[in-house]
Design a protein around this ligand. Sequence first.
Ligand code: 0L1
Ligand code: MG
Length: 262
Amino acid sequence: MNLTRGVDEEIVDYLLSAEKECREVTKITDQYPNLTFEEAYLIQEKLIQRKEQEGARRIGLKLGLTSKAKQEMMGVHEAIYGYLTDDMLAVEWKPLAFTSFIHPKAEPEIAFFIGEDLQGTHVTAADVLSVTQYVAPAIEVIDSRYQHFKFTLTDVIADNCSSARFVIGNKWLSPAGLDLASLGMVMSKNSEVVTVGAGAAVLGHPATSVAWAVNKLGAIGKGLKKGDIVLSGAISEAVAFEAGDSISVQFAELGGVSFSCK
Ligand code: 0L1
Ligand code: MG
């Protein structure tokens, strides 16, 4: 452990005030270069607990760095996870205020609605699919609290993996009979296609990514709960947006999801 008593709380204050005041801050590893992944996850947990004390409710999990391209970009070989809270849930019909962000980007994802508790350390994609009640099209809005969206892996884990908002489309389907790996996706900004992909971009299959997170949580005695929402991880690169922009994601079979920013 490199963290001395109280430093974790200081970092939580630092990151939460940056989020609330919508201002970017210097990454924490500039001051704490020896921070471990384990410590970064402890800080993330404290940050979420603080949000809960302030009235937010934990409603699920999100995966990050799930594509080979993004892992190579960061020089890592593993995905990361963070938590979703109810105040992150946005709706399609209410424009997001640009002033509530620092430098937001949108990512196309698949949302899993978990119908039964799931915990373990040898959980497979098939196990995940068997407890998934529905899958739905989703867009995650990420908004790193760090300057210029630049950080190390430990920085981003502590910052709850850049989580900010997410929007879920209104078509929810049972995963049975859907081939989520070959599911095609087209993402547009202001009606122009900006990126395309398929579910397989997420660790080969979006349910594999969810299983990875369940196994990571299992190793520390945690798991998914009935009613949780899990965001699979991005199917393509993230796309920056500003006030006046609209973003839409269309999946084959699964339908679409969109939002605008004012
Ligand atoms: O949801 C994500 O994939 C974000 C993970 C953290 C990396 C980033 O902010 O780009
Ligand atoms: Mg994401």
